[in-house]
Design a protein around this ligand. Structure first.
Ligand SMILES: NC(=O)c1ccc[n+]([C@@H]2O[C@H](COP(=O)([O-])OP(=O)(O)OC[C@H]3O[C@@H](n4cnc5c(N)ncnc54)[C@H](OP(=O)(O)O)[C@@H]3O)[C@@H](O)[C@H]2O)c1
Length: 253
């Protein structure tokens, strides 16, 4: 299978690293080493089976129209925001899938969701499965309207956890731990908790209950985070802001 990758930034290169042993990849990125500079550098008879679009959303309108000539390829775009309707305006009636992975593709732990446009067939589900099950879990969305909600949850989600890590680190320093210790232990605590979420069958609610003794230290901390649903309210606001931002940006693309 011939895959043409357009854009070798953070996400493009993470996917390329996971796919390069299984597929024949050709990469276009004018600014990266060992890549073709533009579509004009492709061999004359080159016909990709799949075109991965991994450029910034604001570049789509300028870059995509010249790829419309590859009418038989399945286009897979990981760009946030742009809707299937917008891709149709830019590419015409091609087979297109929007996929929303996250940065954890780098370690094979992405939570990726996808939709197919109306030109796709069942065999396109199989292609998406083949590619994205290599980098984590994958779920099909029947309704594109929920795509921005998924972006707010799992696309942006790793950043929320990195921020939690930063906050725990800063708080540990306030309590007197030295910077190196605080950094290392905040990080390992999140790694450990993530590993239990992955390995153990219990729900997050159950695991939290398991480590919270009545009247103990963990409960004292959770009382602060949970009083008046404080943390839940904050996260609801944050995810809603991310979802709304996707909708706003989509209107500008
Ligand atoms: N980062 C995430 O966590 C995440 C998660 C899900 C989805 N996404 C989506 O994935 C896409 C890529 O994100 P990213 O973080 O990988 O961005 P990025 O690091 O900026 O990667 C985009 C790459 O495409 C290159 N490029 C620009 N114009 C090009 C052209 N005409 N042809 C080929 N390549 C071109 C860019 O070069 P220059 O930088 O020199 O312009 C850059 O190397 C975005 O649309 C984003 O919405 C990102």
């Amino acid at each position: 299978m011939q895959i043409l990758v357009v854009g070798l930034g953070a996400m493009g290169s993470a996917l390329v690293n996971k796919w390069k042993t299984s597929y024949k990849l050709t990469i276009i990125d004018p600014f990266q080493e060992n890549c073709l500079e533009s579509i004009d550098a492709l061999p004359i008879n080159y016909t990709p089976d799949i075109i991965l679009i991994a450029i910034k959303p604001q570049s789509l309108a300028e870059v995509l129209p010249e790829y419309a000539k590859f009418r038989n390829a399945l286009f897979i775009s990981i760009a946030a925001g742009a809707t299937c309707k917008r891709y149709q305006e830019l590419l015409g009636d091609v087979r297109l899938s929007r996929v929303m992975p996250n940065l954890a593709v780098q370690v094979g732990e992405s939570a990726s969701a996808y939709v197919l446009n109306e030109n796709c067939t069942e065999s396109d589900d199989t292609l998406i499965d083949q590619l994205f099950l290599k980098v984590g879990i994958l779920k099909k969305l029947e309704n594109e309207k929920l795509f921005d909600a998924v972006t707010a949850l799992s696309g942006s989600g790793p950043a929320y956890v990195y921020y939690l890590c930063e906050c725990m680190e800063a708080s540990a320093k306030e309590l007197g731990l030295d910077a190196e210790f605080a950094e290392k232990f905040a990080r390992q605590t999140i790694i450990g908790a993530a590993a239990t979420l992955k390995e153990l069958p219990d729900s997050a609610v159950q695991m939290r209950a398991n480590v919270t003794s009545k009247g103990g230290a963990t409960q004292a901390a959770l009382n602060i985070l949970m009083v008046g649903s404080a943390m839940q309210t904050l996260l609801s606001k944050a995810l809603t802001a991310a979802r709304n931002r996707c909708q706003y940006l989509a209107r500008k693309l």
